[in-house]
Design a binder for this molecule. Structure first.
Ligand SMILES: [Zn+2]
Length: 114
């Protein structure tokens, strides 16, 4: 089961949440030339299962995204997807970090049950 989001704190002692790719085929994909089809998201969208997809657009996560990140994402609607992603994963806002952590936990539970 891919787990893209881990506690940055566990790795660095920093309290912010930062997406990190587990040492799995998703992280190794580009580096090790794993074919794109082998890195596609199990949602069937045809998109690569990377952090932007996992966090911002994977339909498997629509419910927790709306519940935990909907208001935050709405408040960032005038920003580019890259800026939104940056705010969510490397921002220093404690509330945002907590909501991203709740989202990641819910998303992980969804994927475990696939
Ligand atoms: Zn997906």
């Amino acid at each position: 089961m891919p787990c893209f989001l881990r506690s940055h704190q566990a790795e660095t002692g920093n309290s912010s949440i930062k997406p990190t790719l587990s040492e799995n085929k998703y992280k190794r994909g580009r580096r090790d030339n794993i074919p794109v089809p082998d890195r596609l998201c199990p949602c069937g969208s045809g998109e690569v299962n990377d952090v932007p997809h996992y966090l911002l657009s994977c339909p498997l996560h629509d419910q927790p995204r709306g519940k935990f990140l909907g208001g935050i994402i709405s408040s960032l609607a005038d920003r580019s997807p890259g800026a939104q992603l940056s705010m969510l994963v490397v921002g220093t806002d404690r509330f945002v970090a907590q909501q991203v952590a709740k989202f990641a936990l819910a998303a992980m539970k969804i994927r475990v049950n696939l």
